[in-house]
Design a protein around this ligand. Structure first.
Ligand code: 3H9
Length: 706
């Protein structure tokens, strides 16, 4: 469509010499090239038009402006550029007022700061979330905000990415007035009328004096720099934000602006920006599953949870936090009391940390009821089973649920590995059964794998997605297989780590390499945290079905045989002396590893950290490709989100599949083929990886909506 026929994204109306600009670019009024062009043109025209005395910018829809159009980043930039639009707004000789409702974020706030006065709806928010996308406020935000509210408050805003509510924004001086009416247009016009009557001057943020106290400003900048260096874990943009704010202090305004532009373009070019923006869209894309498009969700008003252990209690808390009444079922009164205590403990610790009041705690707990009889679930709309991870135990629970629950109730299992189809088949209502795999602690971890067996009704799946939204979780649709998406891929990653360990690297070096890559913990620290006994039991269960030709590293078994199950027993791959939460290296473990290498006839090699990461990532990516190839994950981005939200994969790398695209699929495949020279069975290239590489394609090409 040529520009002449495009609908305008800026509605204009002259009201008593006030030009009202209605920003109308759904869904969130992002500052697309069209919007920038129209804004620039209109402001230029307003400046010279005698019929116009002032300009009022208001947002149509739910938000004022959500920021730059993130979809444009990474593509050739389209003029006019946002900093120039902001400069032109600020330079306007007619009064320009921004009326903020919903949110003014990133470039949206920068537009507002370029206006001469700002009013804000009492329930609106403002913020600079650019840091979460690997960017900095690049349209004058780093120069105008410090002049308005000082270096410290600006740095807090830009480095945290957290939005401010209207009251805080007003207190800081970022906005001039809070309004309480619903009609922002009317509020804005009334404010402008007052300003005009009072002959309020054109007041430009670039001239504001928030940085007048140089010593204080410099101290704030230095403090932010030393704190950021400590905590930003390899992130690129935070230090650039500080550099830009320092320029606001030290350079004339226009020079500060051009440095900001330069730093912004450096951020745009960084692979971290690409990873973080991929994560932003993927996080939204995962909600789009075939079932969410084709059907409507059932309504969920009451929830049951079977099992009051760590997992069941965590799920109960997640449901209570989302406002549901929860009925917990346990086999006897004693277990039920323990379940209740687990739930109470979560809220007690929130009270102790001052996050909630005693009254709020009491209030939430009134929605919890417990019973030892399944009949208490007669009215539940959804029941989540979280009992011992054993097929017969789960099937027995489902037989009870089948008898007790009303028709149409959704029955979910929280299994992490077991065959959900087999669980569904054990009761008479397979279309109502699916897997809801929460991650521990269930009330905190954001990931929810929605495991979809073949016979489930589409509206049950759609309901699970709606539930995830209500729980503020990030859902990923997974097919049925051993370990679904996350645990299946993680098992291969862990096996690769064990191979490297037996071949010569210490678990400590492997963990360090994984941490340097960006994981909060390495695979052996994770094993110690999860508890060695769990994996040991699973290995014993699978011993009969394991391919006898597959490489099997026995080191973890030797450790478990000593009763060393990780953190909970004070010893695992690491030692955890009293009072120490992070483990210390253990020479006895190194001796066990040496003995195992000897037993297996392996002459240890040395590995660089980089070689370790190459192997770990190749294993993860290859299995990720298998999972997509077999339809267990809808798209590569679902694998990415699983690892970002369930396994601590560094967000700035976008997830394993995005990372694979970044390094290049041909290079990953070459690595796999090289490693296969030692172990052809383990390192079988995924057919999907081979196909994409042969076609010169990447995983991103498969990320269109499912
Ligand atoms: C920036 O401004 C840089 C400047 O400093 C310098 C430039 C030179 N662009 O989240 P939702 C889409 S960087 C394009 O589900 P909500 C989103 O993908 C930017 N698209 O709604 C979704 O699409 P779909 C700084 C965007 O009500 C739809 O809108 N700003 C953008 O739960 C609805 O989104 C930010 O980082 C965008 N900027 O939440 C703000 N934003 O329907 C990012 C959203 O096809 N945005 N979309 O899946 C947000 O935080 C939330 O979207 C918001 C609304 C709070 C606004």
């Amino acid at each position: 469509m040529d520009n002449a026929h495009k609908p305008s994204v800026l509605k204009q109306e002259l009201r008593n010499k006030v030009l009202v600009l209605g920003i109308d670019n759904p869904p969130v009024n992002a500052l697309s090239a069209d919007l920038r062009r129209e804004l620039l043109g209109v402001i230029q025209e307003a400046d010279t038009n005698d019929k116009i005395e002032a300009v009022l910018m208001v947002g149509c829809g739910r938000y004022f402006i959500a920021g730059a159009d993130v979809r444009e980043f990474g593509k050739p930039p389209l003029p006019p550029f946002l900093p120039d639009v902001c400069t032109r707004i600020e330079a306007c000789n007619k009064l320009v007022v921004a009326a903020i409702h919903g949110a003014a974020l990133g470039g949206g706030l920068e537009i507002a700061l370029a206006a001469h006065y700002r009013l804000i709806a009492a329930d609106a928010k403002v913020g600079f979330p650019e840091v979460e996308l690997g960017l900095l406020p690049g349209a004058g935000g780093t120069q105008r905000a410090p002049r308005l509210i000082g270096a410290k408050a600006s740095l807090d805003l830009m480095l945290s990415g957290r939005p401010l509510d209207a009251r805080d924004a007003h207190e800081l001086g970022l906005v001039d007035r809070i309004v309480y009416g619903e009609d922002m247009l009317a509020e804005g016009l009334a404010y402008l009328k007052e300003l005009l009557a009072a002959h309020a001057p054109v007041r430009r943020s670039r001239d504001a004096g928030g940085l007048a106290d140089h010593t204080k400003s410099r101290a704030a900048i230095e403090a932010a720099r030393s704190e950021t260096t400590k905590v930003s874990r390899g992130l690129f943009s935070p230090l650039k934000i500080i550099e830009a704010v320092q320029a606001a202090l030290e350079l004339p305004f226009n020079e500060g602006l051009s440095l900001e532009r330069n730093l912004f373009l450096q951020c745009i070019d960084s692979p971290q920006r690409a990873g973080l923006i991929h994560a932003f869209f993927a996080q939204r894309e995962v909600f789009k599953a075939p079932e969410t498009r084709s059907t409507k969700a059932r309504s969920i008003n009451t929830v049951g949870v079977v099992g009051g252990g760590t997992m069941g209690a965590g799920i109960a808390v997640a449901m209570l936090d989302a406002g549901f009444p929860v009925t917990m079922i346990e086999r006897d009164e004693e277990s039920l009391a323990r379940g209740r205590t687990h739930v109470e403990k979560v809220y007690d610790s929130l009270v102790a940390k001052g996050r909630i009041t005693q009254e709020a705690r009491a209030d939430v707990l009134t929605r919890w009821t417990g019973s030892t009889s399944y009949h208490a679930l007669a009215h539940a709309d959804l029941v989540v089973e979280a009992v011992f991870e054993e097929m017969t135990v789960k099937q027995a629970v489902f037989a009870e649920l089948d008898r007790a629950c009303k028709p149409g109730a959704i029955l979910a299992t929280n299994t992490s590995y077991l065959d959900v189809s087999a669980i569904a088949a054990s009761c008479s209502r397979a279309p109502d059964v699916l897997g809801l795999h929460f991650f521990s602690p269930a009330n905190i971890m954001k990931l929810l794998e929605i495991v979809v067996p073949a016979g489930v009704a589409a509206d049950v799946v759609a309901t699970a997605f709606a539930l995830a939204k209500k729980l503020q979780k990030v859902p990923v649709r997974a097919g049925v297989c051993d370990g679904f998406i996350g645990n299946r891929i993680f098992a291969v990653y862990r096996a690769a780590a064990e191979h490297i360990m037996e071949d010569g690297a210490s678990p400590y070096q492997i963990d360090r390499a994984a941490r340097h890559f960006g994981f909060p913990m390495g695979p052996f620290q994770v094993a110690d945290l999860a508890g060695g006994d769990i994996g040991w039991a699973a290995r014993k269960r699978r011993a009969n079905t394991r391919d006898p030709k597959a490489r099997y590293v026995q080191i973890a078994d030797r450790i478990c045989e000593r009763g060393w199950f990780g953190q909970k027993t004070g010893r695992g791959f690491y030692r955890y002396p009293e009072g120490v939460r992070t483990g210390v290296q253990d020479p006895e473990i190194e001796a066990i590893i040496d003995a195992e290498r000897l037993r297996a006839g392996i002459k240890p090699n040395s590995f660089t950290d980089q070689e370790i990461v190459r192997r770990l990532m190749a294993a993860m990516i290859n299995e990720g490709a298998n999972v997509v190839h077999q339809g267990i994950a809808l798209r590569p981005l679902d694998v990415d989100i699983t690892f970002l939200f369930g396994y601590g994969f560094p967000r700035y790398r976008g997830g394993p599949m995005k990372y694979a695209d970044t390094v290049g699929l041909s290079s990953v495949l070459a690595d796999i083929r090289e490693f296969a020279q030692q172990d052809t069975l383990f390192w079988q290239p995924s057919p999907l990886l081979v196909k994409l590489t042969n076609n010169g394609a990447d995983f991103a090409s498969l990320n269109q909506s499912a």
